[in-house]
Structures are given as structure tokens and as C-alpha cells.
Write a protein that binds this ligand. Structure first.
Ligand code: PFF
Length: 449
């Protein structure tokens, strides 16, 4: 019997799962898509999506992992039957985690570079143009991006290689409280900025005239990504839980923490943006161009910049760890006894494939498959197809194949028949239909450009 490892407590699971959920999605992507899709109304839709789609699928994934006590592919076999067709969902998860980490690590590397720049005062005394130009200089320099991609992957590999309690637990125990502390400090700091109330109005006063169907699509898709769903992450992390863990409580708690962090990160980012009368709809460059140039204009700007990029680096790292763990858990469960060797091999392969993503902005910028660079391809295939498909199928599996016993296991007798029916129909119909819509729209939009 292989010693798979186990969380030392449910709280430890909550810390690690929150670490997985809180990532670039919360601090980089959520603020910029909120900016692009018009603010308050988008936020409201996003909150609905988390509650109606995200949380039920989170529970479904946790149920699969916790009851099977196995990594994604074997978990479906265990719960259904040997060589079950549902193991395809597990495969999809392992493949998605692998591919997502290829480009996630590249972006993580950019964050490391910006942290390094902040620490070495590289933004101090520079003009707006010089600072906003730094991002372009970075991504167009192949050696720089490769260097930071390597550093990010090495740190991730080292943490995952030493195992659950010595690696992931230990790191989560330090980084997660540190992350929350930095975020709270930044929040308190931004209360005193002139743009604070404007930021609150932008995020929380919905203007539905700004809401497009594309915005709804993006909100559903993002609710997936931000909760680390559809990639087998929560199945894997759930498999290290005690069978007596309360799925309902832990799912709601992790989702709530993830959402609060996204909202607070949004408040911080937009308070700075509005203080200087900038446009909220800057897009992906918001974090790497707009913010550093604004930080540089503030008296305590360099410290804030260090704190901010440290926050993002911690968040990215704890998410990357969970992505690698999905693949490693599968290797270990399928008999590869040496966890260290498995981590080095798989991590090395991810680094190697990630080189294609890292070079997509420079030497391989003109190398396209269809219309896509490698970076776009890894990102597009996983975000638009694999993730929604994985989450949708897991939800259907738990509702229709596991049925009432799963619902009862999750609810543990709370809430009566109405709660049972609501949870069942949400998992069986509502969440899958919403996700299927995202899947079809996403595929067609993505292919048509
Ligand atoms: N939830 C992470 C984020 O918001 O950045 C991204 C992520 C991590 C997605 C791990 C999926 C995953 F398995």
C-alpha cells in the first residue's frame, strides 16, 4: 500500500485549497476583466456564478476525491467501475493541469521579475513611459522570460517534491497568512487614497446597461478558473482529506475566502487607478504596466510595489503547487514510488513545454497554429474547453451516477428535502447547463476570434 499522505487537519486542507484557489486569477485577472466588462454589474453576475456554478462543482469535485481517496483518474474508476469511461474526466484533469502550468509558470515568472524590479528600486525615478515600457522589454527578451520561468518552476518543483506535509502544508502555513496580512495592509492603506470611494462605486454599484452577454460568459468561465475547478485539483486535494470532513462547510469556506480576496484585490487596484484618474479598462497590462507606473508616483510607492508583487508571487506559487500536485498524485497512485523522481521528471517536462509559451512573445511570436501562438493555444484550449468540460462532467457524474447518497453525504442531514432537491438539481442541471453554454460559446468565439 502506497503512503499517499494526508492533511494534518481539515484546516490545513482549507489553507492549501485556498492557496490553490487564490492566484493570478484573483489578483491579476479579476480586476482587469472587471475593468474591461464595466464594473459593478459584472461583479454581481460573477458572485451569482460562484454561488450557482462554482460552489456546487467544488462540492462535486471534493466528493469524488474525498470518498475515493484517490487521484482523479483512479478516483472515477474506484467510484464507478474498473476502466470506467468516466476515467476520461480524470485524464482531462491531469492533462489540463499539465498544460495550464506550462503558461501559468511563464506569467508567474513575469511576477517574479516585477518583484525583483520592485526590490531593486528599478521603478524609482522613472517616467511613465519608461515604466510601462518595462513589461514589453521583459516579454520580448527570450532569456529573461526563460530565466524567470525556470526560477518559478524550480521553486514549485522543490516544494512539491518533498511531499504533502513537508512541502505543501509547510509552505501554505506560512504563505497563506502572509498573503492575507499583505492584502489587509494594502487594503487599509488604500482606504486613505482619494480614489477609494470611486473604486467602491465602480465595483459595487451595478450599471446593467454595461452588461453584455460576453461579460456573462466571461463571468461563468472565470468562476471556474478562480476556484481551481475542472482540472482535478480539488479531487486531488480532497483525496488527502479524512472521509469525515464536512464537504459543504469546507467548499463554502474556500469559495468565500477566494471571492473576498478577489474583491479586496479589486478594491486595492481600482483605488490606485482612480486616484490618478486612469482608465479601469486597461486589460491584461493593468497589473504589469498601469499599477507600477502609478505606484512610482506615490510617496510610499516602492514599498507598496514590493508588498503588492510579493502578494501576487505568493498567490501564484501556491496555485502552481496544486497544479503540479495533480499530475504527481497520479504518478504516485499508479505505482511510481519515488515522489521526488516523479516531480523532477514531470516538472522538467512542464518546464520544457512551457518554453514554447515563454517564447510566444518574442522568437516564436510569428509561429502560429491557426491564429494562435503556443501561449494562446495552451491558455485557450484549457480555459475554453478542458476546464468547463471537466467541471461539467464531474458535476453530472456526482449528481447522476452517485445520486442521492452523494447529496446526503454532502448535506449530512442539514436543510431537509428542499435543500436536497435544490442541491441535486443544481448539480444535475443548472450548473451543467450554464457550463455547457460557456463551453459552446467559448469554443465558437475562440475559434472565430
Ligand atoms: N485558481 C487559480 C487562480 O485563480 O489563479 C488558478 C488555478 C490553479 C486554476 C490551480 C486551476 C488549478 F488547478
Amino acid at each position: 500500500m502506497i503512503d499517499r499522505g494526508r492533511w494534518s487537519s481539515s484546516l490545513m486542507f482549507v489553507l492549501a485549497a485556498t492557496g490553490s484557489a487564490i492566484g493570478l486569477g484573483n489578483i491579476w485577472k479579476f480586476p482587469y476583466i472587471t475593468g474591461v466588462y464595466g464594473g459593478g454589474a459584472f461583479v454581481l453576475v460573477y458572485l451569482f456564478c460562484i454561488a450557482l456554478v462554482g460552489v456546487p462543482i467544488f462540492m462535486a469535485e471534493l466528493y469524488v476525491g474525498q470518498t475515493a481517496q484517490k487521484s482523479p483518474i483512479l478516483a472515477f474508476d474506484h467510484l464507478h467501475r474498473k476502466n470506467s469511461p468516466w476515467r476520461f474526466v480524470g485524464w482531462l484533469g491531469v492533462m489540463s493541469s499539465f498544460l495550464v502550468l506550462c503558461f501559468y509558470s511563464v506569467v508567474g515568472g513575469w511576477v517574479f521579475d516585477f518583484l525583483f524590479k520592485s526590490v531593486t528600486h528599478a521603478f524609482v525615478g522613472k517616467t511613465d513611459e519608461e515604466i510601462t515600457g518595462m513589461f514589453g522589454v521583459l516579454i520580448s527578451s527570450p532569456w529573461m522570460v526563460l530565466f524567470w520561468h525556470a526560477v518559478f518552476m524550480i521553486v514549485t518543483i522543490v516544494i512539491v517534491s518533498v511531499g504533502l506535509s513537508k512541502g505543501i502544508e509547510r509552505v501554505s502555513r506560512v504563505l497563506m497568512p502572509a498573503l492575507l496580512l499583505i492584502l489587509v495592509s494594502l487594503f487599509i492603506w488604500c482606504i486613505f487614497l482619494d480614489g477609494f470611494s470611486e473604486a467602491l462605486a465602480f465595483l459595487f454599484a451595478p450599471d446593467f446597461s454595461k452588461l453584455s452577454s460576453k461579460a456573462i460568459l466571461v463571468a461563468v468561465g472565470h468562476s471556474f478558473f478562480t476556484l481551481s475547478l475542472g482540472m482535478g485539483t480539488m479531487i486531488t486535494y480532497g483525496s488527502y482529506l479524512n472521509k469525515s470532513n464536512d464537504i459543504l462547510k469546507t467548499s463554502v469556506l474556500v469559495s468565500l475566502l477566494d471571492t473576498v480576496v478577489a474583491l479586496v484585490a479589486g478594491i486595492v487596484v481600482f483605488s490606485v487607478v482612480f486616484t490618478f484618474g486612469h482608465e479601469p479598462a486597461a486589460g491584461p497590462g493593468l497589473m504589469f504596466q498601469t499599477l507600477p507606473s502609478l505606484f512610482a508616483k506615490m510617496p510610499t510607492g516602492n514599498m507598496v510595489s514590493i508588498a503588492f508583487f510579493l502578494l501576487v508571487a505568493f498567490a501564484a506559487l501556491t496555485s502552481a503547487i496544486s497544479l503540479l500536485e495533480v499530475v504527481i498524485a497520479y504518478m504516485v497512485d499508479s505505482g511510481m514510488k519515488d515522489r521526488k523522481a516523479a516531480t523532477y521528471q514531470i516538472g522538467g517536462m512542464i518546464f520544457a513545454l512551457g518554453i514554447l509559451a515563454a517564447l510566444s512573445f518574442n522568437v516564436l511570436a510569428d509561429f502560429k497554429i491557426g491564429r494562435f501562438t503556443f501561449f494562446d493555444l495552451f491558455d485557450g484550449v484549457t480555459t475554453n474547453i478542458f476546464l468547463p468540460l471537466g467541471g461539467l462532467l464531474t458535476s453530472l457524474f456526482v449528481a447522476w451516477m452517485m445520486g442521492p447518497k452523494a447529496i446526503e453525504f454532502i448535506l449530512k442531514g442539514r436543510g431537509g428535502p428542499l435543500a436536497k432537491d435544490s442541491l441535486f438539481w443544481t448539480m444535475a442541471i443548472i450548473a451543467p447547463v450554464c457550463v455547457a453554454w460557456v463551453l459552446f460559446q467559448g469554443i465558437s468565439d475562440w475559434i472565430q476570434g
